[in-house]
Write a protein that binds this ligand. Structure first.
Ligand code: HEC
Length: 492
């Protein structure tokens, strides 16, 4: 079992982080979704992001009359896994001029209801000149309506932006965009007093002509007095001569202002929140809620320049520290008051000493033992110091893929999903959380699939060529999803 690619290490850490969150937030778990209709599933599994039924060609073909082009068995295959269509027809794409349809990870029980829905849905008419999005700009702090604010809407075909249009909110803060093409998604953005707000890409669902949404904006704040960290998780692995660390922070802005940051950074931008890195940290990866363009390197680590909305905000990053022979110290400075701190270290033959936290019983997560420390109400300026003793730089302390299967399954079971939703609520319409959650969930599913593949390979019950082909494909999907996770996370 070999992990040759850095991204896989990062993914393992992500799965662990998610699992560590799941541990803390287990109470959110397992709310059984009531049986959804085919149409709801068609929306939920994101078909609407690429297909209309009767309203024109979007990223994918218009599904109107799709029953005349395919048998039900073929429609099931499109939904279950388009690759089945591609291998059967030896053609990719099937429809000239379209990109191939990506696998949608629709769970088996949802495949048939979706197929039945698209086979029987009454096509929407495209005769109407387009959809309408109306709403009000409000001050999220005091609920007052906000007239005179410039609002921009940009149409998208997949990731490609069309021509934006800008209007100004009227007397009661009201705005209305009309004649919006059905076969596009639409992102709305506002720049108010130095903070940039943007919605997720909005699509019109089947039968939907109008959308109403309010756009909250906030007065800016330059002071970080309302910023704290609700949960901080550090996951440490000694792996392959390196120490790999994943660092997750759930910030909270307890005020009713948007924190745009005060201090000027080396490139003239303003620092919002800052992060510390231990000495020697390298290979820094921004996994969630952070991206290269918004981050500036500082003396102590790096600073983000994106504004912090009232409510929670998650940020996940990872890095490596070289494992020295003898003793290696990872010094984590606490920069904001931190309510709960969780440190998990994968048990290896190394000795670990931790200062600044309380040792607890180790936890076993699907056969892998993690040493565990916790802390609560850590004040800004305090430190967590981890010392790792090693006689030799170790080789081969791989986390087994199979061990991660369960973690990822926990995730798929909806723990993280519901949690992300809950945490995302405060940012209202401007939240991108559900989309991220989708991607995270998809990524976890891929981790499980790759784990299963590796296990089959190890036990010799898969052809080498098939194994290589499948693994390569799934790996590429992982890379793509990781890229999208980074790309979708724009400010704020
Ligand atoms: C990311 C965009 C995207 C998403 C999301 C998506 N599709 Fe597709 N779909 C496409 C593209 C592109 C094609 C055309 C591919 C080709 O011709 O090979 C297609 C083709 C199809 C076809 C065959 C249509 C035809 O006329 O040949 C069906 C049926 C279909 N999709 C159903 C679905 C369903 C159901 C969902 C949701 C579970 C879905 N698609 C999600 C992009 C997407």
């Amino acid at each position: 079992m070999h992990m040759d690619n850095r991204i896989f290490n990062t993914l393992i850490l992500l799965a662990l982080l998610i699992a560590s969150l799941a541990q803390v937030s287990i109470s959110h778990a397992q709310v059984e979704a009531p049986q959804a209709s085919g149409k709801e599933l068609f929306i939920q599994y994101r078909c609407v992001r690429c297909h209309t039924i009767g309203r024109g060609v979007f990223v994918g073909p218009d599904l109107k009359g799709v029953g005349d082009r395919y048998t039900k068995a073929e429609i099931l295959r499109w939904i279950e896994n388009p690759q089945l269509i591609y291998s059967a027809s030896a053609k990719m794409p099937v429809n000239p001029g379209f990109p191939p349809m990506p696998p949608m990870q629709v769970p088996p029980q949802a495949v048939e209801p979706i197929a039945d829905y698209i086979l029987t849905a009454k096509p929407d008419s495209d005769s109407q000149s387009g959809g309408t999005i109306t709403g009000k700009v409000i001050n999220g702090g005091d609920g007052e309506v906000m007239p005179g604010v410039a609002i921009t809407i940009t149409p998208f075909m997949g990731d490609i932006a069309g021509t934006p249009q800008t209007i100004t909110s009227g007397a009661e803060g009201a705005f209305s965009f009309t004649e919006l093409p059905w076969d596009r998604s639409h992102a709305i953005s506002i720049n108010y007093k130095g903070a940039e707000y943007s919605t997720d890409k909005i699509v019109f669902n089947p039968g939907e002509d109008n959308k109403a949404l309010n756009l909250p904006v906030y007065e800016p704040s330059l002071s970080d007095e309302n910023i704290s960290i609700e949960e901080s998780h550090l996951i440490v692995q000694v792996l392959d001569g390196n120490i790999t660390v994943a660092d997750l922070n759930v910030f909270n802005n307890a005020g009713d202002t948007i924190y745009i940051g005060g201090k000027e950074l080396s490139d003239g931008r303003k620092e919002s929140v800052k992060y510390s890195l231990p000495e020697g940290a390298f290979n820094i990866g921004f996994i969630h809620g952070l991206d290269t363009e918004s981050v500036v390197t500082t003396d102590i680590g790096f600073s983000d320049t994106t504004s912090i909305l009232p409510g929670p905000r998650r940020a996940v990053f990872s890095y490596n520290v070289p494992l020295k022979s003898g003793s290696t110290v990872i010094d984590k400075s606490i920069l904001y008051p931190t309510s709960t701190f969780l440190l998990l270290i994968l048990e290896t033959e190394n000795d670990f000493t931790v200062k600044g936290l309380t040792e607890e019983e180790p936890v076993v997560i699907n056969n892998e033992k993690f040493l565990k420390w916790t802390g609560s109400d850590l004040s800004a300026g305090s430190e967590v110091v981890i010392e790792i003793k090693s006689s030799l730089t170790s080789q081969g302390d791989y986390v087994k893929w199979a061990a991660l299967g369960l973690l990822a399954l926990i995730v798929i079971a909806g723990v993280i999903y519901s949690m992300l939703r809950n945490k995302g609520e405060a940012s209202d319409e401007v939240s991108e959380e559900p989309q991220d959650a989708d991607l995270l969930e998809k990524r976890s599913a891929l981790i499980v699939e790759i784990a299963a593949l590796d296990d089959r390979n190890e036990s010799g019950d898969i052809e080498q060529a098939e194994y290589k082909e499948l693994r390569e494909r799934k790996k590429n999907e992982l890379v793509e999803i990781t890229r999208r996770l980074r790309a979708t996370h724009k400010s704020p």
